[in-house]
Design a binder for this molecule. Sequence first.
Ligand code: SME
Length: 164
Amino acid sequence: MEQLKITATEGKSGVYSELLPQLESLVSGEADFIANTANLAAALKQALPYASWVGFYFMKNGELVVGPFQGKVACTRIRVGSGVCGTAAARRKTIVVPNVAEFPGHIYCDPDSRSEIVVPLLKGDEAFGVLDLDSSEYNSFDSVDADNLQRVARIVERLHASAV
Ligand code: SME
């Protein structure tokens, strides 16, 4: 596997438009779901310097359990409906949180976290997990992140459907 190549210097749209095809190629030809989600988390963390934590939580017996991630040690389990992750899973909607202190019930895995985005991973009408990114700065995530991370979620959903 070649290393990521990101040449865009201004604006996150440029970064994502270079990144997305590289994510596709990173997972092409590999069917193992843990291997692919581990590399996707690493690639996102590497390409998005404003993300302090990037990772997945997957639904197991009705609870979100931490999966492959990059960053500091995180909460292992999150109840559906709790925190930003559990709320995004329950509503099956992307949630952008400019200031985590203002999100009722936000779960501080990392006390340095200031803003966050969570994108649900869907199979039909059900969320089977979430993609979560944190930042140690306020207002790090916007609609450009939401649109593009939803594209990443579509990749993960496809991998999940065909995983071995
Ligand atoms: N802050 C999240 C918990 C997960 S960590 O950020 C990795 C939440 O409120 O759901």
